[in-house]
Ligand binder design. Sequence first.
Ligand code: SPD
Length: 280
Amino acid sequence: MSDEWFYETHKDALRFGLKIDRVLLDQQSPYQRVQVFETPLFGRVLALDELLMTSERDEYNYHELLVHPALCTAPRVARVLVIGGGDGGTVRELMRYPEVVQVVMVEIDGLVVEASKEFLPSIGTAWDDPRLQLIIGDGIAYVQEADVEPFDVILLDGSDPVGPAEGLFGEAFYRGCERLLAPEGVFAQQSESPELFREIFGDVVRMTRKVFGNAHPYFGPVPLYPSGYWSFTFASRTVDPMAVIDARAERVEQHTRRWDRPLHGAMFVVPKDLRAAIAE
Ligand code: SPD
């Protein structure tokens, strides 16, 4: 029996510990340390630079909440861009929609994709879908330089704003996304814990509001992430996040474990103390 533990540390004041049964991978890529563990509580877990990214046991909380609010409200969803998303969970949820014609996914770290394919096959079940165009490259450069048709939905499935993902939380990145987003398109991203990283959360909402015209944070539990209370941000010039397209939602609800229409409305309620954090 192993007595090894993995610790994620924040602000030099908080530690979240996970008992490890087995280390499956521990390798340095050109960008970050990539680790996969077998754990008793969360199953297999992926960590990047000592930060927990996803687990077999609870990943659906995160991936369903990142994908379905945008996909069930955007008028068109034919072309979708994913920045990050190396474990494949976001692409899996996207491919549930027959209306999706092409998903372009730009992930900076090929090792994350390879590790996920090998060790987390239950998360990335759509790698072989012919609608997927996988680009191993820099998402920031892509949104600023790519000469492509506009996207109907852009999803940022990045890690925390340190190391290679830092620039994904900056205005220049959002401007690039706005450049590639169709006029009636939807942008959505994970926006960190509103409890532990309230400043980052507030900055994301304010910046996306400035760049895309409107921004709506929404919330859900992700037990693997620090504080367990996580936020996402939905931004669009024209799309109302409450205007769910029932026919699409009804179909996808056959597959989801967490997201459905009753939850959708509730997720967008902003608690009183957080309203101040996102004010101008
Ligand atoms: N603190 C963890 C934030 C991780 C966000 N991205 C996770 C990637 C899952 N596809």
